[in-house]
Design a protein around this ligand. Structure first.
Ligand code: PMP
Length: 332
């Protein structure tokens, strides 16, 4: 039975799982993807946005007609903008100018005020996170969403994503893996699943250029290489990552993630972003590690339509030294 919701907010979460055929064959087990691209803002971040806004309302910090200010790679901004529109708030979104054009256009189209800043390291006050905090302080009747260190973010995944996965898998799940941006998804789903069954293996899938693989392996925050994946790749232990129950970790290259992005589109008809491809590559590694008959879940974070000007643009890919989708031609 399809449900009737009272407003858009009811559409957030309750996403289906899909069995991923090629990845399952490659790993020799069953791999499932949680279709977070089906959220109304087309990414996993709608869940965190809703929880952050509801939490701020309950604490009395967010008042009628207030403004929500946030620094984001884009998807959290899109989630916040649609939730804010539905509840009568405004949004100011601070984003590094290196993120995809589609996310910028989407945010402007949704009515968010968009502030673009140059990419800078976290230690620099010009970094988008610090800039957004400052803007929130300077703006009247505004709150700072603070997705990296506001644990309402991971609570969304403990209370919704993890529970959904457990019930959809009918309690038969051996492993879960995904990459971290804020860490809300991996920590929240990890903590939530361990409450059901502490034997479920929680694996961090880290892109190149991020420091968490080395941290969970040796205790040292150390990055290696780089990645064009948007929304993932963390260099510090955010409040959301504190106490995350990580049992094992994989480091995945953009090339390996792109292999699965290409496969999923051409052979399975799903158009995904690169963080989803990297998650799938991690899930294949986890499946090989846990063996045949294992049942693994990962996150399909956002839609590839958000990256038509980047991943699906052969000229952009050539600029980055990456292979275009084989059915596209450079300059064509
Ligand atoms: N993939 C994409 C495309 C994202 O935008 C994000 C959010 N930054 C993530 C993955 C990671 O999610 P989280 O912040 O929960 O770690």
């Amino acid at each position: 039975m399809t449900k009737i919701y009272q407003n858009m907010l009811g559409l957030i979460g309750d996403t289906p799982l899909i069995r991923l055929d090629g990845p399952s064959k490659a790993a020799g087990c069953d791999i499932y993807g949680k279709c977070e691209f089906l959220n109304p803002g087309a990414s996993v971040k709608d869940r965190a946005a809703l929880y952050i806004v509801r939490d701020a309302e309950q604490q009395g910090r967010l008042k009628p007609g207030g403004t929500i200010v946030e620094g984001t790679a884009g998807n959290t901004g899109i989630g916040l903008a649609i939730v804010a529109n539905a509840l009568g708030y405004s949004t100011i979104i601070v984003m590094p100018e290196t993120q995809s054009r589609e996310k910028m256009d989407t945010l402007r189209s949704l009515g968010a005020k968009l502030v673009l800043v140059p990419a800078a390291p976290y230690s620099n006050s010009a970094h988008f996170v610090h800039q957004s905090r400052q803007l929130a302080e300077e703006t009247e009747n505004a709150i700072w969403a603070n997705q990296f260190d506001n644990v309402a973010n991971r609570r969304a995944h403990i209370e919704t994503t993890a529970k959904e996965i457990w019930h959809q898998m009918e309690g038969r799940i051996d492993g879960f893996t995904c990459a971290a941006g804020t860490g809300g998804t991996i920590a929240g789903v990890g903590l939530g699943l361990k409450e059901f069954d502490e034997n479920i293996t929680i694996a961090l899938t880290d892109p190149h250029g991020a420091a968490l693989y080395e941290y969970f392996k040796s205790g040292e925050l150390k990055a290696e290489g780089n990645s064009v994946a948007e929304g993932i790749g963390q260099g510090r232990i955010t409040a959301n990552l504190e106490g995350a129950p990580i049992d094992t970790q994989f480091r995945i290259s953009d090339e390996d993630g792109l292999f699965w992005v290409r496969h999923m589109l051409k052979d399975e008809g799903l158009c995904l972003g690169l963080s989803s491809g990297i998650n799938i590559a991690g899930a294949v590694e986890l499946g090989k590690k846990l063996g045949p008959k294992s049942r693994i879940v990962t996150i399909l974070c956002d839609t590839g339509l958000r990256y038509l000007s980047t991943l699906y643009n052969p000229d952009w890919m050539a600029e980055k030294g990456l292979p275009p989708m084989p059915w596209q031609t450079v300059g064509g």
